[in-house]
Design a protein around this ligand. Structure first.
Ligand code: ZN
Length: 266
């Protein structure tokens, strides 16, 4: 029964690594108190956006999905053997409301497959947040994926872990709080698995390498069957297994993704 959710929302904070611990992030800390998570969720190597978001949405590493920033920026993704979690949900639930609200538009254009009837939006983080909240209240999506980008921008500009970067992370925490409030207002909190995570971190002014600052990200999930305060072992590519388990849909046989132990009540 641990999979009995009608809604899953994944909020991805680009470039956030596990730096939330050093920033003013009350919403994320509250999620960790209420739910299960990890500060040491391993992302894909190389620690680059397309490679890592690809793993999070497809359930396999970059060697298999083959996505790079150049590729996702130039052509749509289509792979019969390794579909995204969007395509799997659509196949099983033709009428489901699905959304992808991403500041970095290549996710919508080059990772989520064409013609799936996914509601898509792009925009700066603060503006995007308002659109996300309205969408949640009005459409109560079965699966919604969100990507915020300003934090990674601050890392590239000012350096990861610097004061201005942590300030940007604090702002993103505020967006997370707003989205959670929208879930409450929509009346779907009880039936929602709510996840917040990141694609990679950063070191100095960049990422792509294998330092701990780059390759470990935080992951936290809250929901009615999630064990409060549980520490779990997982990788970014496991996230589709969590999403489909929550929606009570079968796992993809071609995945590397696996459901982390100890996350849900039996
Ligand atoms: Zn990124």
């Amino acid at each position: 029964m641990s999979g009995a959710y009608r809604h899953v929302i994944v909020v991805g904070i680009d470039g956030a690594g596990n730096f939330y611990r050093k920033a003013k992030t009350p919403a994320i800390h509250k999620l960790f108190e209420e739910g299960a998570g990890s500060d040491w969720c391993l992302t894909s190597i190389p620690t680059i956006s397309a490679e890592c978001w690809g793993s999070m949405l497809i359930g396999v590493g970059p060697k298999i999905h083959g996505l790079t920033n150049d590729i996702v920026s130039s052509k749509p993704y289509e792979n019969a053997l390794h579909p995204t979690v969007f395509k799997i949900i659509r196949r099983e639930r033709p009428g489901a409301e699905l959304g992808a609200f991403c500041n970095w538009s290549p996710i919508n254009a080059g990772i989520v497959e064409r013609n799936l009837g996914v509601e898509m939006e792009t925009g700066e983080d603060a503006v995007l947040t308002d659109k996300i909240c309205r969408y949640i209240r009005e459409k109560k999506p079965e699966f919604l994926f969100v990507q915020f980008d300003s934090i990674d921008g601050a890392g590239h500009t000012y350096g990861y872990g610097t004061g201005k970067y942590l300030e940007a992370l604090g702002e993103a925490d505020g967006y997370v709080a707003k989205i959670r409030k929208a879930v409450e207002e929509a009346g779907i909190a009880e039936d929602t698995l709510f996840i917040v995570t990141a694609d990679h971190g950063g070191y100095d002014h960049g990422h792509g390498g294998v330092t701990d600052e780059e390759k470990y990200v935080f992951f936290v999930a809250v929901g009615k069957t999630v064990k409060p305060g549980a520490k779990i072992d997982l990788e970014v590519r496991d996230i589709p297994a969590i999403i489909l388990h929550a929606l009570e849909l079968p796992a993809d046989p071609n995945w590397e993704a696996k459901l982390p132990g100890g996350m849900f009540e039996e």
